[in-house]
Write a protein that binds this ligand. Structure first.
Ligand code: CMP
Length: 150
């Protein structure tokens, strides 16, 4: 399996607003490859572990309440420079800085209820993939696109 692996999570509003396909489509059209995908309701303790680096921030409790308020769509994505490329597709965390053309810039107005989480480094990606997926849930497969997308 060539390329970096990264973790992404579509937050509950994405299912509520029925825009899962819109977001996945942007990720796929870029050339990134889905190698694990599942809809799940996250227990509060898993959510707190996932967002542990923010535990002292004033928005932490509201963030955890939002992300545990309904199902999310968790995924593992691979591709050349997948971590940085996915972060670019997502756009800035603060909605007033997320430019049009990005997922956050096009699809939301609320920073805390933003559409997508994406790992910010190789260390975070490894940690977050390990929190949400067993190794057996990650698929190694060829889709014939390797000449176009690594
Ligand atoms: P995410 O990429 O999931 O990582 C941390 C989350 O905290 C972020 O997206 C936002 O949902 C939320 N967040 C970050 N900064 C703020 C803020 N200033 N106010 C409220 N929520 C925030």
């Amino acid at each position: 399996m060539a390329g970096e692996k990264t973790f992404a999570m579509l937050k509950p509003g994405v299912l509520q607003r029925r825009i899962v396909g819109e977001v996945l489509s942007r990720i796929e059209r870029k050339g990134l490859k889905l190698i694990a995908l599942k809809m799940m309701s996250i227990p509060r303790d898993l959510c707190e572990q996932h967002y542990a680096e923010h535990k002292d921030r004033p928005f932490f409790n509201d963030l955890v309440s939002y992300v545990t308020s309904g199902p999310v769509v968790a995924m593992v994505i691979t591709g050349e420079n997948a971590i940085a490329i996915l972060r670019m597709l997502c756009g800035a965390t603060r909605v007033n800085e997320a430019v049009p053309g990005t997922i956050r810039g096009d699809l939301g107005l609320d920073t805390q209820k933003n559409v997508i989480h994406a790992s910010d480094s190789a260390e975070s990606a490894a940690r977050e993939i390990g929190l949400f997926f067993k190794p057996s849930e990650i698929q190694a497969y060829e889709d014939g696109n390797e000449a176009w997308y690594v």
